[in-house]
Design a protein around this ligand. Structure first.
Ligand code: NAD
Length: 516
């Protein structure tokens, strides 16, 4: 660990979270085991090896599934509000470990410490939400057409929920799924990104405390730290009722068809290509802050990062000039240091993607008003730090249609709002969108049926960041899934319609007669 990073107390953080120099990556509750290859987790912050994890091998897999199946038989019988109590305890533990877990997220993934802590806060928030929800898993009752009959709907747990997650939200996405899956009576198996294995071990260690303190059976919450092959096995496995997949559209497309082939359920949270429309009636101060945070926050590695700004021609030059000035003030460096605005990309492959995208954009005619660069020097020794950049482009460029997971912001000019909305919608992805305007008519048109086609549409807020109370997810190649708040819990349950006849006759529906 570099001296500079050592000063931020990472060693103590690792100790507090139970991360050893070598860890085993498979756990079905209290016990850890593994028989796979060793992976090393390097920090993109300083390029140092943080720790090693022995991954789950195929031979571990069946044991995890069978333990989860057995645990489900017990767990589903615990009343939902009592399961909610377990989620409440998880939320309390997360409060206790918030500083350490937030710091680990920052060091292993590279996002700013504030964002790391914010991610843990999201975990706490979803736990609070799920606790209340555990008393409200309600179905409708409806009037039967047959006399003396009662008809209603109820929801039952599914069984095993498989959670496959991306590197960029290494802890929150697991908790969004686990908190809801649990109150609904399911057990969970988590395959985290192999790029952030230590965040997963830390979460599992926290979970183990909850399981042990409540004397719960193993297998309610399992983790398989492994590469994509185990992910593929989960996708193909009929014993896993629901696959909640968060990741790229490329992998999500395959997950979607494989799970559908076996008639499993899936929640898909895939790539975004999010735009902010800046209208002639926008508050430009707010717009600049929203755009810059959306584009460079998490170094452009949020699914909701702002990738395109669609700017009215009358304010285009002013917005462009102010953005160039704002980008000139960005501080890039160690994300644990709160003076910095932008941290590193996850790894050198991501840096290569960034560089290739810039080249491709130039080839297609993009005009860079803020040039990109890979940063060099002692502070940037990991090789993962890049300069956020801005290019003037056409929406139709191939590269603009593609989600590059890096801080590259595209500027596009428009003259009518209808044209701006059409441009905003004219990409394969449909996650998040926003308009900055003080004009009610513009705001309402943007939110109407003729407006944004995304799962998230905001007014006078940027594209990135969402509260857990709402359903989170997107349309088109973003996958159509929803996670987190609102009535998303229904994805984690199976729906059943019940009709009870309390008479001594057996009348048939639709007036059908069947006399013997
Ligand atoms: P990725 O698709 O490379 O990997 C995601 C997960 O899938 C990892 O755990 C990986 O091991 C696993 N995986 C890879 N191949 C698999 C296979 N064949 N079968 C099963 N699992 C497999 O994504 P990433 O680079 O980790 O994350 C970045 C992507 O995730 C971006 O596209 C981003 O937009 C998206 N994302 C979306 C949301 C959302 O809510 N919509 C949230 C976060 C990230």
């Amino acid at each position: 660990m570099s001296k500079k990073v050592k000063d931020f107390g990472i060693e103590k953080t690792l100790r507090n979270l139970g991360i050893k120099d070598e860890n085993k990556g498979t756990s079905v509750g209290g016990e850890y085991f593994a028989s796979g290859k060793m992976i090393e987790s390097f920090s993109p912050v300083d390029g140092e090896l943080i720790s090693k994890v022995e991954t789950s091998a195929e031979s571990d897999y069946d044991r995890v599934i069978e333990t989860a199946q057995n645990a489900f038989k017990e767990f589903r019988l615990i009343p939902a509000p009592k399961r909610g109590e377990l989620v409440r305890q998880l939320g309390q533990k997360l409060r206790q470990y918030k500083d350490d877990l937030g710091k680990l997220v920052s060091y292993e993934m590279g996002k700013s410490l504030q964002e790391g802590l914010g991610e843990v806060q999201e975990m706490i928030d979803i736990c609070d939400f799920a606790v209340g929800l555990s008393r409200q898993l309600h179905g409708f009752t409806m009037h039967s057409e047959r006399p003396g009959h009662r008809m209603y709907e109820q929801y039952h747990p599914l069984g095993i929920v498989g959670i496959i997650t991306a590197f960029n939200f290494p802890v929150a996405v697991w908790s969004w799924n686990t908190a809801l899956a649990w109150i609904c009576g399911n057990v969970t198996i988590w395959k985290p990104s192999e790029k952030t294995p230590l965040c997963a071990i830390a979460c599992q260690n926290i979970m183990i405390e909850v399981l042990k303190e409540n004397n719960l059976p193993e297998g309610i919450s399992s983790v398989l730290v492994a590469d994509h092959e185990i992910g593929q096995k989960m996708v193909d496995d009929k014993r896993i009722s629901l696959i909640s997949f968060t990741g790229s559209t490329r992998v999500g497309r395959m997950v979607s068809s494989k799970v559908a082939e076996r008639f499993g359920k899936s929640i898909l949270e895939l790539g975004g290509n999010n735009a902010i429309i800046i209208s002639k009636d926008a508050d430009l101060d707010m717009s600049i802050i929203g755009a810059v945070f959306g584009a460079v926050g998490t170094a452009g590695q949020r699914c909701t990062s702002t990738r395109r700004l669609i700017i009215h021609e009358s304010v285009y030059d002013e917005v462009k000039n102010r953005l160039v000035k704002a980008y000139g003030q960005l501080k890039i460096g160690n994300p644990l240091d709160e003076n910095n605005h932008v941290g590193p990309l996850i790894d050198r492959d991501a840096v290569e993607q960034y560089t290739k995208s810039i080249e491709k954009c130039k080839q297609e005619g993009g005009n860079f008003v803020v040039e990109g660069a890979v940063l060099e020097g002692e502070e940037y020794a990991s090789g993962c730090y890049v300069k956020p950049c801005i290019a003037e482009v056409e929406n139709s460029y191939e590269i603009v249609q593609y989600e590059t997971f890096a801080p590259i912001l595209y500027l596009i000019k428009y003259s009518t709002l209808e044209e701006a909305i059409a441009t905003q919608n004219d990409v394969p992805q449909g996650l998040s969108s926003a308009i900055m305007t003080q004009n009610l008519r513009e705001a309402e048109l943007f939110l109407s049926h003729a407006g944004s086609d995304c799962g998230i549409a905001n007014v006078n807020i940027g594209t990135s960041g969402a509260e857990i109370g709402g359903a989170f997810g997107g349309e088109k190649e973003t996958g159509g899934g929803r996670e987190s708040g609102s009535d998303v819990w229904k994805y984690y349950m199976r729906r059943q319609t019940n009709t009870i006849n309390y008479t001594a006759q057996l009348p048939l529906a639709q007036g059908i007669k069947f006399d013997l």
